[in-house]
Design a protein around this ligand. Structure first.
Ligand SMILES: CC(C)(COP(=O)(O)OP(=O)(O)OC[C@H]1O[C@@H](n2cnc3c(N)ncnc32)[C@H](O)[C@@H]1OP(=O)(O)O)[C@@H](O)C(=O)NCCC(=O)NCCS
Length: 321
């Protein structure tokens, strides 16, 4: 007896993007009043001018629902057309239950496959790869992917080397089937030998980071991943309209941009300046900021990359909705 398979979609595309930025803006000057730091150090080492910190009512679920709702509205789909929700986060405080099912319920999505995914700051790009392949494999018609973080909950506010960097926010994408491929293959991997370079150790509630090791890794090992993601999609640097790598540090963004040799048309996301490092939310936050400002437009070819705790990385090319 043969096991039957569902017929999947020939390709997938992003149908809508959405994001949520917490209300409270925190400048470097404000941080300098409560810890030994200053605007000059933060701007020159990390490139952050301000970041958003979530207030008590801006919970992970509320922010995910806000971003997911906008992505759903932008997609033009009804909630009952979505049958998979993948929620990426590295700052969940409670391991059980995952919040994907609750976010789906709040959005009126009836009984979807729903789960949380933790791939650190690479979470959004991992989730996009998983959801896209599920649609291509016939396991879902359409999917909602959310990256949401309250990193302020897991940051030691007396550790100036992390407290000035990490921040809060949410971003989301709805993806669906497409005759013409709108999302390229995900290129993902991990370097588990550096598993504790970014860590919330068992029993601890806050994160530690070996900043220099992560910086070295990001600037030396990940250019190849970006090149592989372009090659896998059959495009080159001259075809890329928008480069939106994880917004960890402006110097890392600039280093990757220099090495890849994009054409003049390529717009580079520098949302880290306004948003800080929002981990799994940073790529969709950066993309929605560029679309809202008009620097990026519908149909543009974007190259994205997430990387972080694990150490994990994932990148792909896709057309903006
Ligand atoms: C974290 C990071 C900004 C630190 O920058 P750095 O240039 O490596 O700085 P160092 O850790 O070597 O510290 C240099 C000095 O600045 C000090 N310093 C650290 N944080 C500071 C702050 N917020 N303000 C002022 N001084 C600070 C250190 O104490 C140290 O002082 P010392 O020389 O007297 O010992 C940088 O390593 C980095 O961005 N790494 C990548 C991290 C990353 O992207 N993580 C996310 C991946 S998802």
């Amino acid at each position: 007896m043969t096991i039957h398979l569902k017929k999947g979609a020939p390709g997938t595309r992003v149908l809508g993007l959405g994001s949520y930025r917490p209300r409270r803006r925190v400048t470097n000057h404000e941080l300098a009043q409560v810890m030994e730091t200053n605007d000059e150090w933060i701007q020159s080492r990390v490139g952050i001018a301000e970041r958003r910190w979530a207030s008590d009512d801006e919970t992970l679920v509320e922010m995910a629902v806000a971003a997911g709702g906008k992505a759903l509205a932008a997609s033009g789909l009804a909630p009952d057309e979505v049958d998979l929700v993948v929620l990426a986060s590295a700052s969940l405080r409670a391991p059980i239950p995952g919040i994907g099912p609750q976010v789906a319920h709040r959005l009126g999505i009836p009984r979807p496959g729903a789960f949380d995914l933790n791939a650190g700051c690479a979470g959004f790009c991992y989730a996009l790869g998983v959801a896209s392949d599920a649609i291509r494999g016939g396991s879902a018609r359409n999917a909602l992917v959310v990256g949401v973080e309250r990193l302020t909950d897991v940051t030691d506010q007396t550790d100036r080397s992390t407290a000035v960097i990490f921040a809060d926010g949410a971003g989301a994408a709805v993806i669906g089937a497409s005759e013409e491929p709108g999302i390229g293959p995900v290129v993902w991997g991990s370097d588990g030998d550096q598993y504790n370079a970014i860590e919330i150790a068992a029993g601890s509630s806050t994160m530690t980071m070996a900043g220099q090791a992560v910086y070295r890794w990001a600037t030396t090992k990940l250019t190849d991943t970006l090149v592989e993601a372009m090659e896998a999609a059959g495009v080159g640097p001259g075809d890329i309209d928008v480069f939106a790598p994880h917004q960890a540090n402006l110097r890392i963004v600039e280093s990757m941009t220099r090495k890849l040799g994009f054409g003049e048309k390529t717009v580079v996301a520098r949302d880290v300046v306004q948003s800080g490092n929002t981990s799994a939310a940073s790529v969709p936050l950066a993309l929605t900021a560029l679309l809202e400002s008009g620097e990026a437009k519908s149909g543009d070819l974007a190259l994205v990359l997430g990387y972080g705790a694990g150490l994990t990385f994932a990148g792909q090319v896709f057309r903006l909705p």
